[in-house]
Design a protein around this ligand. Sequence first.
Ligand code: FAD
Length: 381
Amino acid sequence: MDFRLTAEQTEIQKMVRDFTNNEIVPAQEKMDETHEFPYELWEKWSGLGMSGMLLPEKYGGSALDTLSYILALEEVSRVSNTFALIWQVHILVSNIYLKFAHDELKSKYLPIYAKGEKLGAFGLTEPGAGSDAAGIKTKAVKSGNVWSINGTKTFISNAGTSISDGLVLMAVTGQKENGKNEITSFSIPQGVDGFELGQSWNKMAWHGMTNNELVFDDCRIPSENIIGEIGSGLRIALSGLNLGRIAFGAISTGLIQGCLDHSLAYAKEREQFGKPISNYQLIQAKLADMATNCEVARRMTLYAAFLESSGEECQNEAAMTKLFCTNVATQASLDAFQIHGGYGFMQEYTVNRFFREAKMLEIGEGTNEIMKLFIAKRLGC
Ligand SMILES: Cc1cc2nc3c(=O)[nH]c(=O)nc-3n(C[C@H](O)[C@H](O)[C@H](O)COP(=O)(O)OP(=O)(O)OC[C@H]3O[C@@H](n4cnc5c(N)ncnc54)[C@H](O)[C@@H]3O)c2cc1C
């Protein structure tokens, strides 16, 4: 297999690396301080065509390939998981509109998503339904051509900014013959009556990304806002899973690379017992593990991205990538903390943020327990 990147992919990787160093590093510091959404950074990023990176040119997108997206995600995540995740959710939502929405909804949202004037969000999780996505309780009841939506979503990323719009909402619209929920996707305009932002969560990391409860109280949405068909909601939700899981592989790889860069520099500089601590084999072992896991995570992610972009079946590879990469990212963040000793405990040190960020990667985009169940099922269990 040829893993060499094309000239265009290398160019994009370099462009993103430069942007990351010049723009995302200072913006990340500000996000940590203020916990505010990075509007200026998002505008600059969008100006490079990155908010519409995967969208076709006819909607104002850059029409770039999946592998370039994955490479760019890794570069951004080396410095900021937060910004990478804001972008990843926006791309996921843009893809849902592109694949499933009817032409009118596409024309309404895709051009403004491509320009980054509006930000996408995806509302599935509820206080009583996380891993068990089919168990959601938010209900949409039809009367004439209008649906009345009632219920509460929680943790939803990107829905709480001044540019959020077109939330993709999953709601129960009936019962199937087998007694399971029939779930349908709705496009929810920001500011519509009956839709309000609820609690804004106080997170241990990912400051700058908004995560809110969303409250629907007799929110009236016309049938024209249905994405796909009635009852196709879960299929739509699951359609982005492969790319989402591979994206988490790239975000994890970036985080491990960040841990390695900071830990190596620190270990060479920090002296104890008259020598840099990088001279000690127990420190070297941690650095060697980090470097090896980073390389394996990167290759696994690129391979899964290659399968996904070739249109090949890759559910298993995507699940394994998500499981492995997020596990080794957590380990790398622990080792980076340890190498920094007491300084790793201090928020002034970047590895402290990596430590706080890494754990959530094991939970988002399907928890690692759910990944294991999925992989085991494929083994015939
Ligand atoms: C910062 C953040 C951002 C998020 N953004 C979004 C978003 O934009 N949109 C959205 O819809 N959701 C979002 N989520 C929700 C996220 O997808 C869920 O947290 C995740 O799916 C897990 O659900 P849960 O937290 O309810 O945990 P639960 O499902 O309650 O799981 C609790 C524990 O039980 C385990 N478990 C559950 N079922 C099984 C089983 N069958 N066998 C073995 N173990 C099991 C889980 O692995 C986990 O360890 C976000 C969450 C956070 C914290």
